[in-house]
Design a protein around this ligand. Structure first.
Ligand SMILES: Cc1cc2nc3c(=O)[nH]c(=O)nc-3n(C[C@H](O)[C@H](O)[C@H](O)COP(=O)(O)OP(=O)(O)OC[C@H]3O[C@@H](n4cnc5c(N)ncnc54)[C@H](O)[C@@H]3O)c2cc1C
Length: 416
């Protein structure tokens, strides 16, 4: 439903969010809940290019692992109850280096937690979140997209592809790697190309996963298997396999028997025998980030601010921390009923995000380069590192704190 037409005055908003995938939809829902709790009117609109179920790029066939700290935050925002029925718990993680002696484990008991993370299928998550957006009465322009932006000191006037015009005090770009908002403002994006693609597929297995997740570093790159809910009596795992682009394309079109035998050879038999593979998808793997994810009356969150290599399963976990910090800085304006696009709020957001983003980006770059390399001193070093982690449990704490979506060694909710 489009309440404004091309001919009418622009629809007045407080916050326009471009992109209704994981970051944009969670932000819109959390904002609407907070405004309702405060009894403050807040005019929010979401603008999304793709309808659910028709090639929505943010709610596709991927499964992602939501870390324990992120689940805690989603609970605090009142959103986890929507997603909990879709989740499959990760209780233990096994990390190993193929062909070398390094391996370690992270276990929920060791961290006194009910689980280390939850795996959810994004297509099902999209159905839940977008239905909740409609129920919350948030205006959504879909399918529609941002065509043009005109800015002045009090806000932005957006012209959408449909011709609809919107006037907003704050613009939130949650429009992913190829952000149109970033393009309109001509802002810089830095990128590292690892010359890898991620082959993603659901794998049928001959035995239950027992809520284990596996990460195996192979000659070509990391291979991760995440536990999924059983479907039609089949035990399922979600595969993300980093490969050189031509190898990923070859395996994506290989026949099922060949694919399964190559996967089994690369991974080994620790998870059981792989007996079927679902539709295979290939994603280019890069690390891209905006050095400064703010602009005049504009904030970038999620993949629009940084797109990570999925090696550590941190993309949405980091994007959610963008959303949480943005909610924190906007709260004072919501409580006082003041301008949500004010300069000082956006600078506070930048301050809050700097350390966490820099550390996460550095760690992931080091991990990708360190574990995709066959240079022998590096191989020896990483094998030793994994062994040390398993021999000396206190060393696991910093590794686990990142893997579980906590920051600065604390559980996320302790920081807020
Ligand atoms: C193979 C793989 C495995 C992953 N595994 C994990 C994991 O285990 N754990 C984890 O935390 N993360 C993981 N991630 C990362 C995670 O999936 C992403 O970080 C997250 O889904 C990004 O959500 P987003 O909303 O920020 O952006 P996106 O999903 O990129 O969404 C952007 C949205 O904006 C819309 N849009 C774009 N341009 C416009 C426009 N001009 N107008 C209107 N709308 C527009 C798009 O249609 C889209 O809906 C993985 C990623 C990959 C590729």
């Amino acid at each position: 439903m489009n309440p404004s037409t091309p001919e009418s005055a622009p629809q007045a908003l407080d916050i326009a969010i471009i992109g209704a995938a994981m970051a944009g939809a969670t932000l819109a829902l959390a904002l609407a809940k907070r405004a309702k709790a405060l009894g403050r009117p807040l005019r929010i609109a979401l603008i999304e290019a793709h309808e659910q179920g028709s090639g929505h790029p943010g709610f596709d066939a991927r499964s992602i692992a939501i870390a324990h700290g992120s689940v805690t935050e989603l609970k605090r925002l009142g959103l986890w109850s929507l997603l909990a029925p879709l989740g499959c718990a990760i209780n233990d993680i096994h990390i190993s280096d193929r062909g070398h002696f390094g391996m370690t484990e992270l276990n929920r008991d060791g961290f006194d937690l009910p689980f280390l993370g939850q795996v959810v299928e994004l297509e099902a998550v999209g159905q839940k979140l977008l239905a909740a957006v409609k129920d919350a009465g948030i205006t959504i322009y879909c399918p529609d997209g941002l065509r043009e932006l005109a800015s002045d000191s009090d806000g932005h006037t957006l012209t959408l592809e449909s011709g609809v015009r919107l006037r907003t005090k704050l613009l939130v770009a949650a429009d992913g790697l190829h952000s149109r908002v970033r393009e309109c403002f001509n802002l810089p994006l830095e990128s590292r190309d690892f010359a890898q693609c991620g082959l993603v597929a659901n794998i049928g297995c001959d035995r239950p996963h027992g809520h284990w997740a596996w990460e195996r570093f192979t000659d070509t790159g990391p291979l991760a298997l995440l536990p999924m809910q059983d479907s039609a009596g089949q035990h399922r795992l979600s595969l993300v396999w980093a490969l050189p682009p031509e190898e990923a394309e070859r395996l994506a079109s290989a026949d099922e028997a060949l694919f399964l035998s190559q996967l089994q050879r690369a991974f080994g038999s620790r998870a059981g025998k792989f007996i079927s593979v679902g539709k295979r998808h290939v994603y280019p793997l890069k690390l891209s980030f905006m050095p400064r994810p703010i602009h005049h009356r504009c904030v970038f969150v999620g993949n629009a601010a940084q797109t990570l290599h999925p090696i550590a399963g941190q993309g949405f976990n980091l994007g959610l921390r963008d959303v949480v910090d943005l909610l924190q800085v906007l709260d004072s304006a919501l409580v006082a009923g003041t301008d949500v696009g004010e300069h000082s709020l956006l600078h506070h957001y930048l301050e809050l995000r700097t350390d966490d983003r820099n550390q996460t980006l550095c760690n992931i770059e080091a991990l990708v380069r360190g574990f995709s390399n066959q240079y022998w001193p590096l191989v020896a070093g990483r094998s030793l590192g994994l062994r040390l982690l398993s021999w000396c449990p206190p060393l696991k704490a910093p590794v686990a704190s990142r893997a579980m979506g906590w920051r600065r060694g604390k559980r996320l909710s302790e920081n807020c």
